[in-house]
Design a protein around this ligand. Structure first.
Ligand code: C2E
Ligand code: CA
Ligand code: CA
Ligand code: CA
Length: 274
């Protein structure tokens, strides 16, 4: 039985497809990425549609792999979540973004994405507190972006963790709103400071009246609950007009600036389409 088992393993390894091999390679390489200084945080502006001013920046992680080039977070974050490496990576991003932002002029907010795995760590509030203290940043300048899947995984623990984070004075945004399945229930259970409408709705808004109807409904919902709404994925003037017409509070997208290196807003980020 023992030999047939190892034969099976060998067969499996030999027959393992390219994508599984690639994932395993990335999982390995991710463990060294912080030590080898391969991560970079880019910043994308968020614009208030009320004042037309930058209201903050979202921190977006990039991995510069020595052989494979720049790898998208949509590819490596899920792998890091599977291996647990996301805990160290998430803490690194938070520290790097906060340390960078405090050196910029002005008091803009910084929004940092939080993995569900991080949210379920019991010591998350202590980690956040320690980093803010270490870099000397006011908690009011930090916003954490959380998707619904983070809350669905373990609602009681997630909401407990979110309440402790909010008690620090840090704000919390619901990310990718509309793509989960219990949005209304989640919104009802926790006082989010912002709702981010998933970019898929705006990107489809030209072709589909349904996408427009959803944007309109989310705005009505957010406003009836007193929660400001930000639309992601604004690429065109037409989409901006749609949002202005519907009374959207904030927007983010290539139209206002792509994610870029710091200092943002000074050069390329806001010059695009200004
Ligand atoms: P997300 O949080 O929904 O971030 C928005 C994504 O949309 C970013 O992709 C951004 O570059 C992209 N985007 C911004 N404006 C536009 C636009 O006008 N059009 C289009 N088509 N796309 C736009 P990015 O940087 O590749 O990140 C992908 C996802 O990876 C993020 O989605 C987030 O879920 C995750 N991610 C990125 N950085 C981190 C991080 O530090 N920690 C964690 N846990 N996740 C991260
Ligand atoms: Ca986000
Ligand atoms: Ca999003
Ligand atoms: Ca997303």
């Amino acid at each position: 039985a023992k030999s047939s088992f190892s034969e099976h393993i060998c067969y499996y390894e030999a027959g393992m497809d390219e994508s599984a091999r690639h994932r395993r390679q990335l999982a390995n390489d991710l463990r060294q990425a912080i030590a080898r200084d391969e991560f970079e945080v880019l910043y994308q502006p968020q614009r208030s549609l009320r004042t037309n001013e930058v209201s903050g920046y979202e921190a977006l992680l990039r991995w510069h792999h020595p052989r494979l080039g720049t790898i998208s977070p949509s590819e490596f974050i899920p792998i890091a979540e599977e291996t647990g490496e996301i805990i160290r990576i998430g803490e690194w991003v938070l520290r790097a973004a906060c340390a960078e932002v405090v050196t910029w002029p002005g008091k803009d907010k910084i929004a940092v994405n939080l993995s569900p795995v991080q949210l379920l760590q019991a010591d998350l509030p202590e980690v956040v507190t320690a980093i803010l203290h270490e870099v000397g940043m006011s908690p009011q300048r930090l916003e954490l972006e959380i998707t619904e899947t983070a809350i669905i995984a373990d609602k009681t623990r997630a909401l407990h963790s979110l309440r402790r984070i909010k008690a620090l004075g840090v704000s919390v945004a619901m990310d990718d709103f509309g793509t989960g399945y219990s949005s209304l229930d989640t919104l009802h259970s926790f006082p989010f400071d912002k709702i981010k409408i998933d970019k898929s709705f705006l990107l489809e808004s030209r072709e589909s009246d349904q996408a427009r109807a959803i944007i309109r409904a989310v705005l009505a919902l957010g406003h009836s609950l007193g929660i400001p709404v930000l639309a992601e994925g604004v690429e065109t003037h037409e989409q901006l007009q749609l949002l202005l017409g519907e009374g959207c509070d904030e927007a983010q997208g290539y139209y206002f600036g792509r994610p870029g290196p710091p200092p943002p807003g000074v050069g390329r980020a806001l010059a695009v389409n200004a």
